[in-house]
Design a protein around this ligand. Structure first.
Ligand code: S3P
Length: 180
């Protein structure tokens, strides 16, 4: 039903809907859903903003890398990564052949609006001008996100609708790269 894929790895900017789409996609496929930020928080016993504040971004990135590797050993899972996870050379390019990477594309305005609606919680956007900061970060990061095998418009409908589009495509044409 899902071709050669044993796990789906969602990547994309903050506010692109990875967690919501990932949960819905897990339900569609009957697969477990894992959220990398939640796994980091559980392991650290602290929220992401607390980790940034008290231990620094570098410690967060190390935890994110370790927990990401652990979760990627699972099969039949949808994994929502954090927005910074794929932005290193040892990430998307080193996924094994059973992992389908999917980039949920989002506009700067859409990302900032969603993060705001969720009440913040993103230390990197807790600045005077989050839109400017988000534009700078997205400019730096797009070259990493682009490495994902599938590119999906994360703003074309509700998270359930985006998940259904991904699931439909997995059922009908799982192997061909997707540029949505
Ligand atoms: C980050 C994104 C966040 C979280 C942390 C850092 C980033 O996850 O991992 O605040 O560097 O883009 P979401 O993409 O789920 O917001």
């Amino acid at each position: 039903m899902t071709g050669p894929w044993r796990r789906i790895v969602l990547v994309g900017f903050m506010g692109s809907g990875k967690t919501e789409v990932g949960g819905a996609l897990g339900r569609e496929l009957g697969w477990a859903f894992e959220d990398l930020d939640a796994a980091v928080e559980e392991r650290a016993g602290a929220s992401v903003p607390e980790i940034f504040r008290t231990r620094g971004e570098q410690v967060f990135r190390e935890l994110e890398g370790t927990l990401g590797d652990e979760l990627l050993e699972g099969e039949g899972i949808v994994l929502a990564t954090g927005g910074g996870w794929p932005c290193r050379p040892d990430r998307i390019d080193r996924l094994d052949e059973g992992s389908l990477s999917v980039w949920l594309r989002v506009s700067v305005e859409g990302a900032v609006a969603r993060v705001h609606a969720q009440g913040g919680g993103r230390p990197l956007l807790a600045v005077d001008d989050p839109t400017k900061r988000a534009r700078e970060l997205l400019d730096e990061r797009e070259r990493w996100y682009e490495r994902a095998r599938w590119h999906v418009d994360g703003e074309a409908g509700t998270p359930d609708e985006v998940a259904r589009r991904i699931a439909d495509r997995l059922r009908t044409d799982p192997e061909r790269p997707l540029r949505d």
